[in-house]
Design a protein around this ligand. Structure first.
Ligand code: ADP
Ligand code: 5GP
Length: 199
């Protein structure tokens, strides 16, 4: 491919983005985009691996220094995508995978219209609530906030190129891998290689 792909996974909290993201990174040989956040680490989360955990003051300094490709306030915390590693990767032909909220997906698509945006959703909202509760990471208040946003997030469907319904996790992962493979094969993503062959 001429350049790396930028693939964005988004959708409501509890839809399975994180699970799919981890599966796809492993199987598709993609670069992770590690986000910066002001939220507290969950048990087991590692700084620099799951997120870069920052104070609000440090976060504001990063905004002022223009270090973000996009930044959004999500469920009462800040989340942002550091810019430099993304362009370093795609310019060197490496595909980058993002997991961001719907606002983040919109910002990335605006700045980089060739980004491939995939919306992940459960088969219905009842399953979404069950999975979010089952994960056991959120307070009741946080669960309410996240479920309260879910319909609004789905209503932004036209920002996205694909939707994957995460019923069975293996099938959902497979669908995202197929999307990535198809995008890698698009003629418009291989013009440089084709022209080289035609020389
Ligand atoms: P998100 O990152 O979108 O908030 P997660 O990946 O954390 O969602 O998934 C929410 C919960 O649902 C997790 O406990 C995860 O293990 C579980 N889960 C994800 N996909 C499925 C699935 N297809 N079937 C059953 N449980 C799932
Ligand atoms: P969590 O707190 O569950 O890890 O993430 C909460 C939400 O923030 C999820 O919807 C996740 O996709 C989103 N998120 C994570 N990183 C980023 C980011 O860099 N930018 C944006 N806009 N959203 C993010």
């Amino acid at each position: 491919m001429d350049k790396g792909l930028l693939v964005v996974i988004s959708g409501p909290s509890g839809a399975g983005k994180g699970t799919i993201y981890r599966n796809v990174i492993e199987r598709a040989g993609m670069q992770r985009s590690v986000s910066v956040t002001t939220r507290a680490p969950r048990p087991g989360e590692v700084d620099g691996v799951d997120y870069f955990f920052k104070t609000e003051e440090q976060y504001q300094q990063m905004i002022a220094a223009g270090e973000f490709l996009e930044t959004a306030a999500v469920y009462n915390n800040f989340y942002g995508t550091p810019k430099a590693p993304v362009f370093e990767n795609i310019d060197n032909g490496r595909d980058v995978l993002f997991e961001v909220d719907v606002h983040g997906a919109r910002s990335i698509k605006r700045k980089y219209p060739d980004a491939v945006a995939v919306f992940v959703m459960t088969p219905d909202f009842e399953v979404l609530e069950k999975r979010l509760r089952g994960r056991g990471t959120e307070t009741e208040k946080s669960i309410r906030t996240r479920l309260g946003s879910a319909k609004n997030e789905l209503s932004k469907y036209d920002l996205f190129d694909y939707i994957v319904f995460n019923d069975d996790i293996d099938e959902a992962t497979e669908s995202v891998l197929e999307i990535i493979n198809a995008e890698r094969c698009r003629v418009k993503n291989n013009i440089g290689t084709i022209k080289n062959l035609l020389k």
